[in-house]
Design a protein around this ligand. Structure first.
Ligand code: ARG
Length: 586
């Protein structure tokens, strides 16, 4: 098991720089990266350029001293210096072959878990009770799940939290309406079917807006709920349970694990947030509300904006809850990295919450609080994603449509296949397509939801990737090799790399660990999609140009079959980290 070649190389260069120029350079940025142009090598170190100025020596001389102290011989050809002091490194073919063999033997492709596992919280999905779980929540669910999977794979301890919107003034209205139309429901908790909660919400809202008396009663219902009143609490629980059941259907379909810890969980800690803020001296009163004036957030007159943490009526809000949640996650959960996956519209909210927590000394430097924003979901027409009649699209029907379309496709290609098989394939392709389409975009841009595009067998899509996997498996089957039972000690020596497409594929396979590191660090799953897409392309080039089963010699055939197998294993693991399951046939 090893770390990625790039991570390891950074350490080697750091050591070399310190050895060459003294311990004060131990933390000097070695500026190591994968080579942009592989003509000169596979990796590059540009540190000599910046060191030149500090050391007042010629860049070529600096580079030479670094190389003289660099440990490279176990993996790389002797380094070369180009132009103004760039150090180029090329992997030895024998090392590549040996590393591939390690990957093939290991169920985690020889990628070592991180040496210092962290406790990480991923706050994602987080829909709101009695409201529609919409496409924005779908994005959060898919992106958050993938980030969690990747961090888990790295060996971190990940807490997947569903910060459900289960608290707030809207519950007064809902409870009051529920009491009106389903008086029985509140006494026979399990005998009810509230039915369509979204519809219930709409009707309740209508009553609320139209009838002042209803409004008044709703207000007192909130107070009753907050005071822990038995009957109000029961009504609230009923609503939560009903929503939960609906949400769970989506999570089951998408195979998402989440721990629900909604806003209500933090109720007991809200008043402490206020009193502790008071003690820090940050809290100020503004028009009856308690707030913290922010740095770097101004209104149009240039005055600092307030972050309100207690409204003039004494109520708490979304920000208060997030402050309490942040404190809880640091103090009780002991998380050192806290990741929030929401739409980009909440960027200011999180920046403000983090700022207040920092200034209050609740967010130590050892803890990273990170907002992971994503763009809007747009329809094919470039407008906000809606049904033809202008309603929001229910997620369930959206997922169903993806599966139905995938079914129609496999049915037309393979009409005689058993229905069970077709269903299974359609499920994997349809849901995989929805996930992959989302993940393969740079998440910060708006994303165009198009069934036609995401289900296409061409391009950077799930069906394309799944098909690549099936194809490789097919070659293995035809070659009569059961890769799960290969005698690796015999096969080890059999990986030989001579043709350019073989070498290109092999090197790309070695970079899988780097792609994972990159996503774990920067939290952009599209990097992994891009890696896998390039892998399929490199595989296809290899397969077109290098006969596998028809190879002239048995040893070459085995070597190429091994490359096929490692490619398949990489695709499977990589897609798995995106939450996408592969198919053996399709
Ligand atoms: N419920 C919120 C929404 O639907 C998302 C919550 C995100 N998490 C958080 N800790 N604020 O937009």
């Amino acid at each position: 098991m090893t770390t990625s070649i790039l991570a390891d190389l950074k350490i080697r260069f750091s050591k070399a720089i310190a050895a060459a120029f003294g311990a004060e350079y131990a933390d000097y940025d070695p500026a190591v990266a994968a080579a942009k142009d592989t003509k000169f090598g596979d990796y590059q170190c540009n540190a000599a350029l910046s060191l030149t100025k500090k050391l007042k020596q010629k860049p070529q001389d600096v580079a030479a001293q670094i190389i003289a102290n660099l440990e490279f011989a176990d993996r790389f050809e002797p380094p070369t210096i180009a132009g103004a002091g760039f150090i180029n490194l090329k992997l030895q073919l024998s090392y590549i072959a040996a590393h591939l063999a390690e990957m093939q033997k290991s169920d985690r492709l020889a990628i070592a878990p991180v040496s210092k596992p962290e406790r990480v919280i991923v706050d994602f999905s987080s829909p709101n009770i009695a409201k529609e779980m919409h496409v924005g929540h779908l994005r959060s669910t898919i992106i958050g799940d993938s980030i969690a999977r990747i961090l888990e794979f790295q060996g971190h301890e990940v807490l997947r939290l569903n910060h459900v919107g289960d608290w707030g003034t809207q519950f007064g209205m809902l409870i009051t309406f529920l009491r009106e139309v389903y008086p029985d429901a509140l006494t026979k908790a399990d005998a009810i079917a509230i039915g369509d909660l979204v519809e219930l919400y709409r009707q309740a809202k209508k009553r609320f807006d139209e009838d002042p008396e209803f409004k008044e009663i709703s207000r007192s219902a909130v107070v009753e709920l907050q005071a822990g009143g038995q009957s109000a609490k029961q009504a609230w629980q009923l609503l939560c349970e009903q929503s939960r059941r609906e949400f769970q259907k989506i999570y089951d379909a998408l195979n998402i694990q989440l721990e629900e810890r909604g806003e209500s969980f933090y109720n007991p800690f809200l008043s402490d947030v206020i009193s502790d803020l008071k003690a820090t001296g940050l809290l100020q009163e503004d028009q009856g509300a308690l707030c913290v004036f922010l740095e770097g957030f101004n209104n149009k007159d240039g005055q600092p904006l307030p972050l309100i943490v207690q409204k003039s009526d004494g109520g708490y809000n979304y920000a208060t809850t997030d402050l309490a949640a942040l404190r809880y996650r640091i103090r009780e959960d002991q998380a050192t990295r806290i990741i929030y996956v929401t739409d980009i519209g909440q960027s200011a909210h999180f920046a403000q919450v983090f700022q207040v927590a920092q200034r209050a000394d609740w967010l130590p430097e050892s803890v990273q609080a990170i907002h992971v924003p994503f763009g809007l979901v747009m329809g094919d027409d470039g407008k906000k994603f809606k049904t033809r009649s202008g309603d929001t699209v229910p997620l369930k029907s959206l997922l169903e449509e993806a599966v139905t379309r995938a079914y129609a496709d496999i049915d037309s290609r393979n009409p005689d296949a058993p229905a069970e098989f077709k269903k299974d394939v359609a499920n994997a392709i349809g849901l995989g397509a929805v996930k992959y389409a989302d993940l393969s975009q740079n998440r910060t841009s708006n994303y165009i939801f198009s069934f036609d595009k995401m289900l296409s067998l061409q391009g950077n899509t799930a069906p394309y990737m799944l098909y690549a996997y099936v194809r490789v498996q097919g070659i293995g089957r035809k070659g009569g090799i059961d890769f799960d039972r290969v005698d690796f000690d015999r096969v080890d020596s059999a990986i030989s790399l001579t043709e350019a497409p073989e070498i290109a594929l092999a090197k790309h396979l070695l970079q899988f660990a780097e792609a994972i590191d990159a996503v774990a660090e920067e939290l952009f799953p599209n990097r992994l999609c891009q890696y896998l897409f390039e892998l399929s392309q490199k595989f296809n080039q290899f397969f077109e140009q290098c006969p596998v089963l028809q190879a002239e010699e048995e040893t070459i055939k085995i070597s190429r079959l091994n490359l096929c197998d490692i490619t398949a294993k990489t695709l499977k693991l990589g897609l798995g980290l995106l939450g996408i399951r592969v198919l053996e046939r399709m």
